[in-house]
Design a protein around this ligand. Structure first.
Ligand code: MSP
Length: 670
């Protein structure tokens, strides 16, 4: 039987995994688990892309051979995927011998078609993207896609006759609208191909870290030719393995939007040339952005998933990634949004429903699943059927955020059902016993369906919830009504998702917060730090280093006894002035800080405020705020902060104080 074959891109080993890589892999894992739940045989492949100039250079910088760097980084990937419960069937490394054999095999078939010739190439090469760009697209010596520096490269090269496949590719897109998704990506790819395809240089001579050409070892394979072949070489394609027949063509190649061209143009052209079937779908997701930019090592704005998993657990992080990003679109990463999802969706909605239902069954049904013996009540059953239908349709098409929204609508419906039927009142009247048992059975059964359906996203929480409601033995994967067997013991009093104390979490500034560039510059084998230090005030984080101007000495910092009240003279010592925000920008290397320039009438002040998780800089310009104008200046992250703006502490969210009608800058506030 044909297996559902899903792949992730294979990750470069010049960099340690970050939340972007984590996202692609969790996406693939959710799809794989969902297809298994639907009864499909699945084959799920991930791995690492270990050749190329940027890997060679990264290794040189560390003074180690590239394979040693690869070995270290691969270990990080293995650990992270294990922690995250990724259920892949294989992990391919492009430095494996069987992969090399597969690449040779593909190449021989392409060559046999007359699609390879030797020529000379000169162009602007981006090592970061491992791709040539036309000179017209180069801006200030940088590549158009990600702004990496480019360099002129001239070398003898083997070429692949990509131009020959322009029309066959256009025909393929026309005949298979599902070949590239979402639709707007298919349109982009089509436009790109319609503009004309030039033959593609597929060998390099300017460095050595790659697979040597079979008959000419002055050349190594272009890393993308080598890497794309992984999708078939991992199936034992070169060795006539039955796995290849069972899996190929792939059902879904999951890729980020930055690598669509390689997968939707080059890869199908290579396959057409080699006479192999084409993948069914190349599905492109968007980027996780941080401070409006794609996360990347070179930008220094990456988010390390490990401290997030340490702080919040695996399933909440997986849920957040799937729920927060509408697949195909970009999304901004923020810890604030993560904590809100955990507290609202998980702890409040689903967690509270589970504890409510189990407690009610414990107290009024002797801790065992009751029998639905009361008057026919199909309301919740129908709501569950609707939610399941929406969920299935959405998950089939990888719209996981929508599928989850449908399940959460059922969570809400179940909560309302309980409130409407008041089982606590029914429990007081013995005549209402059948009705009570029906209500509780229905609520528990709705929860069972929810638990099964969230399994692909939150495998551990799903198992725990099933156990709590006595549904662990129900037929696996059953999404139809009626799976709970009356009489099964339930477990009450177990917290499914602990609430995050937002105030405490955000008042602690990690010494190496998840989004801080320190993590990006740490060597790939370096550890991660999740130690936290307490911040002094809401918007005045700890200074750079001891002894910076304005920082209290240890003696000054010792808490002085506080009188219960202060005099008006004490209060007037604090000079509060109206300030108008003229400029606002994020501060490189600090997730939570904004740098503001504030007009206070007779002068302009530069102020650092810890409000970046709540406010976008551009929304602040023009606002009038209250500034503590006579606070000793303090240096943070190399910038002197000349004052402090006032903000309310709303459960850890700083909400700035403003005025209800216009006031001129510099006016005194008392
Ligand atoms: N090695 C190539 C892929 C070869 S596949 C035959 C490569 N590797 S990568 O490590 O740079 O990126 C791997 C994947 O991670 C890409 O799909 C990329 O889009 C994804 N992400 C990297 N940063 C990302 C975000 N900030 N957000 C979401 N995904 C992003 O490209």
């Amino acid at each position: 039987m044909k297996r559902f074959y899903v792949t992730t891109p294979i990750y470069y080993v010049n960099d340690v995994p970050h939340i972007g890589h984590t996202y692609t892999t969790v996406l693939a894992d959710v799809l794989a688990r969902f297809q298994r739940l639907m009864g499909r045989e699945v084959y799920f492949l991930t791995g690492t892309d270990e050749h190329g100039q940027h890997v060679e250079r990264a290794a040189q910088k560390q003074g180690i051979p590239p394979i040693q760097l690869a070995d270290r980084v691969v270990e990080r990937y293995h650990q992270l995927w294990k922690t995250l419960g990724i259920s892949h069937d294989d992990f391919i490394r492009t430095t494996e011998e069987s992969h090399r054999r597969g690449v040779y095999n593909c190449f021989e078939r392409v060559k046999a078609q007359g699609d390879v010739y030797l020529d000379e190439y000169e162009g602007m090469y981006c090592t970061g993207c491992e791709a040539f760009y036309p000179e017209t697209q180069i801006v200030d010596g940088r590549c158009p896609d990600l702004g990496h520096p480019v360099e002129r490269l001239r070398e003898a090269s083997y070429f692949f006759r990509l131009s020959k496949y322009q029309q066959p590719l256009l025909d393929w897109y026309r005949d298979h609208p599902e070949s590239v998704r979402p639709d707007f990506r298919l349109n982009e790819v089509r436009r790109f191909v319609e503009m004309g395809l030039r033959d593609l240089s597929i060998s390099r001579t300017s460095f050595r870290w790659g697979i040597p050409f079979p008959d000419d070892d002055r050349h190594i394979f272009y890393v993308w030719f080598d890497a794309l072949c992984n999708y078939v070489t991992a199936l034992g394609y070169a060795d006539d393995s039955p796995l290849y027949d069972a899996c190929w063509p792939a059902d879904v190649h999951l890729v980020g939007k930055d690598i669509v061209r390689f997968h939707a143009v080059y890869w199908p052209a290579f396959l057409m040339s080699a006479g192999l079937p084409l993948p069914k779908t190349i599905f492109a997701h968007g980027w996780w952005l941080r401070s409006e930019a794609k996360m990347s090592k070179s930008t220094g704005n990456i988010v390390d998933p490990i401290p997030l998993i340490d702080a919040f657990g695996v399933d909440p992080v997986r849920y957040f990634l799937m729920r927060e990003m509408a697949i195909g679109q970009d999304a901004s990463f923020s810890e604030e949004a993560l904590v809100d999802r955990i507290n609202n969706d998980l702890a409040n909605d689903l967690g509270n429903l589970a504890s409510r239902v189990t407690r009610l069954i414990e107290t009024s049904c002797a801790g065992a699943v009751p029998r639905a013996a009361g008057a026919a009540d199909t309301h919740l059953k129908e709501a569950a059927a609707r939610a399941v239908a929406e969920y299935r349709a959405a998950f089939q098409e990888l719209r996981f955020h929508e599928g989850l929204a449908a399940l959460w609508a059922l969570v809400g419906e179940t909560n309302r059902y309980i409130v409407r039927h008041e089982p606590w009142s029914l429990a007081k009247d013995p005549a209402q016993r059948p009705q009570l048992e029906t209500v509780l059975y229905n609520a528990a059964e709705a929860l069972r369906i929810i638990a099964v359906a969230v399994g692909p996203v939150m495998p551990a929480a799903s198992a725990s919830l099933l156990e709590q409601i006595g549904g662990a033995d129900a037929p696996a994967g059953l999404l139809e009504w009626g799976g709970l067997a009356p009489g099964k013991k339930i477990i009450a009093g177990r917290t499914l998702f602990p609430r995050v104390d937002k105030g405490a979490y955000f008042s602690e500034l990690p010494t190496t917060p998840p989004g801080k560039p320190d993590t990006a510059s740490s060597p790939p084998d370096g550890g991660t730090t999740s130690a936290h230090t307490r911040r002094t005030t809401m918007d005045q984080p700890a200074p750079d280093k001891p002894g910076a101007p304005g920082e209290p000495t240890p003696a000054q910092a010792a808490p002085a006894p506080q009188p219960a009240t202060i005099t008006i003279d004490d209060f007037l010592k604090v000079k509060l002035r109206v300030g108008k925000i003229l400029e606002a920008e994020r501060l490189a290397g600090a997730d939570k800080l904004l740098k503001l320039v504030v007009d206070i009438g007779d002068e302009r002040r530069t102020v650092l405020a810890g409000i970046a998780l709540v406010y976008e800089p551009e929304t602040l310009v023009g606002k009038s705020i209250v500034l503590v104008a006579n606070l000793a200046p303090r240096k943070m992250r190399g910038v002197e902060s000349q004052g402090m703006i006032l903000a309310a502490d709303d459960d850890g969210r700083p909400i700035i104080a403003t005025f209800e009608s216009p006031v001129p800058p510099g006016a005194t506030v008392r």
